[in-house]
Design a protein around this ligand. Structure first.
Ligand SMILES: Cc1cc2nc3c(=O)[nH]c(=O)nc-3n(C[C@H](O)[C@H](O)[C@H](O)COP(=O)(O)OP(=O)(O)OC[C@H]3O[C@@H](n4cnc5c(N)ncnc54)[C@H](O)[C@@H]3O)c2cc1C
Length: 474
């Protein structure tokens, strides 16, 4: 902190965003201490809530003059500590909650221009009300913001069909570490002009720039959907079923989720439900969804044909087809409820790996063996987006054991899961990012050459290490 001290800084910030745009009182700043994955109890921080890109640019310049680190924060729904303020001293946490305008919904260019603080849910609704679809969806949609989704390159339920968050982005507006602004929000779908700079900000977790707005690609809204919740005996069979599903539906499969019996049972206990949607309790459930924006595509016929074939061959053991929107919602509540039940279960270890789809059965088998060796009696409860290779190999503490005991083994267990993933050509982070919690795993995966390139980029674009200090690497 410079000779102007924190007080001078607070005054300077207030001149930019007004008195109510700056929070310093203990109870006001409490919610800004981190995310779902991690919080920092006693970091010295000031929260600033700009309403415009120009105001944010001025804030960054003032922070630069005071030598104070900036931590960007979205909805705080991340799992890796990416929004935890830096531990090195006073921090300015930039909250985007007042920058949440939908700047344009353009159905000719098929884009949505949206500010970083808009929740994913509100952006989805804006697309929907214009008869379009935003291709990103996940359980944190209600609280997470567009800036956070782009900062982490979020994945979710529809990656199989529409790709990750970065695949929705046509343009970005970004405030850089020196306060200068890149404003390239054009809806262009083609533009080959050297390096694609916007890609550097997507998934960089606020370490290279602060995203203030984005131009997102819209798709035609589905007018038909087919959704089924089906029971199979193993991940191998789920994979075989996916293959059959692709034959029936072609590119219109939008979600293919896999849930272990342990994960579903946890949700049902948590939500106090007792009707098992797959019929008799079986080890694995699949949630399959296909949709079409064309009313000519007979999805029902495709589903009937698929189920006739796979029931007859014994591949599918039971299940239900959604006959109404309410039933579809119920299926999705199971899938999303698993993530919430796990967040609410003390000691539950969460992980986020992806392997090539063909390796998923091997991954689940090897990771299960590894965690049971390290923590006998623990209960693997894997689930996730099988259609894109992303399995959350989450693990419940052994029954009757204090969760803290299991928690003391988390690092070892997480390292073991990562080792299995890497041995199968997988990744240590599929969609949640690196933040603070996965830095060592990322370094191990990337190796010295790629880590050097990443550090060089950070040094070049943020030479004073102002933006989201200590995330991704020191
Ligand atoms: C029930 C539940 C289910 C979930 N399911 C999924 C899922 O299926 N797939 C998935 O990917 N995630 C999932 N998540 C995790 C989470 O919602 C995502 O990681 C989301 O992208 C985080 O957004 P946020 O706004 O909450 O970001 P935060 O947690 O606030 O921040 C995340 C990172 O982005 C940075 N950041 C925030 N705003 C900006 C900005 N404007 N500019 C630059 N950097 C910024 C932060 O510094 C931090 O590094 C789930 C969460 C919950 C609670």
């Amino acid at each position: 902190v410079s000779e102007h001290g924190p007080h001078g800084l607070v005054a300077a910030l207030k001149t930019i965003v007004g008195d109510d745009g700056v929070l310093v009182e203990t109870h006001d700043i409490q919610p800004f201490r981190g995310d779902i994955g991690l919080t920092a109890a006693d970091t010295d921080l000031i929260v600033v809530r700009p309403r415009s890109t120009d105001a944010l640019s001025a804030i960054v310049k003032v922070c630069g003059m005071h030598g104070v680190a900036i931590t960007p924060r979205g909805g705080g729904s991340g799992f890796c500590g990416g929004a935890v303020p830096s531990a090195t001293g006073l921090n300015v946490v930039v909250s985007f909650e007042r920058m949440r305008r939908i700047r344009a919904v353009d159905t000719v260019n098929d884009v949505l221009v949206v500010e970083a603080g808009c929740t994913l849910h509100d952006a989805q609704e804006a697309a929907k009300s214009a008869g379009r679809l935003l291709g990103v969806d996940h359980g944190g949609a209600g609280s997470s913001q567009i800036g956070g989704n782009l900062g982490t390159n979020a994945g979710g339920n529809n990656v199989l069909r529409y790709g990750m968050a970065r695949d929705q982005v046509l343009g970005l507006e970004v405030v850089l570490a020196d306060g200068s602004v890149i404003s390239r929000l054009s809806p262009l779908r083609k533009s080959n002009v050297g390096y694609d700079l916007k890609q550097m900000f997507l998934g960089s977790e606020g370490t290279l720039g602060l995203i203030t707005a984005a131009t997102l690609r819209l798709r035609p809204a589905p007018v038909k959907r087919a959704t089924a919740c089906l029971a199979v005996e193993s991940p191998e069979q789920a994979l075989r079923f996916l293959d059959q599903g692709k034959l029936a539906f072609g590119e219109s499969i939008s979600a293919f989720e896999l849930m272990s019996g342990a994960a579903v049972a946890l949700h049902m206990k948590h939500a106090r439900e007792d009707a098992w949607p797959g019929g008799e309790a079986v080890p694995w459930l699949i949630l399959l969804e296909a949709d079409s924006a064309s009313s000519y595509f007979d999805l029902d016929a495709a589903l009937t044909d698929l189920l006739d074939r796979t029931f007859e061959s014994g591949l599918v053991k039971g299940g239900t087809v959604a006959s109404s929107e309410a039933q579809r919602f119920k299926f999705w509540r199971i899938r999303e409820g698993i993530a919430s039940a796990m967040v609410a279960t003390p000691g539950c270890l969460k992980s986020d790996t992806a392997v090539p789809i063909s390796q998923i059965p091997q991954f689940i088998f090897d990771a299960g063996a590894a965690v049971k060796t390290l923590a006998p009696g623990c209960v693997p409860a894997p689930f996730g987006h099988l259609g894109d290779g992303n399995i959350h190999f989450n693990v419940l503490p052994p029954m009757g054991e204090p969760p803290e005991l299991f928690q003391s083994k988390w690092k070892l267990i997480q390292a073991a899961i990562a080792t299995v993933s890497l041995s199968l050509d997988g990744t240590v982070s599929a969609e949640h990012g690196i933040g603070l919690t996965k830095k060592a795993a990322m370094a191990e995966m990337m190796g010295p050459v790629e880590m050097h390139l990443m550090r060089s980029l950070k040094r070049a674009w943020d030479p004073y290490d102002t933006l989201n200090q200590g995330k991704l690497f020191e």
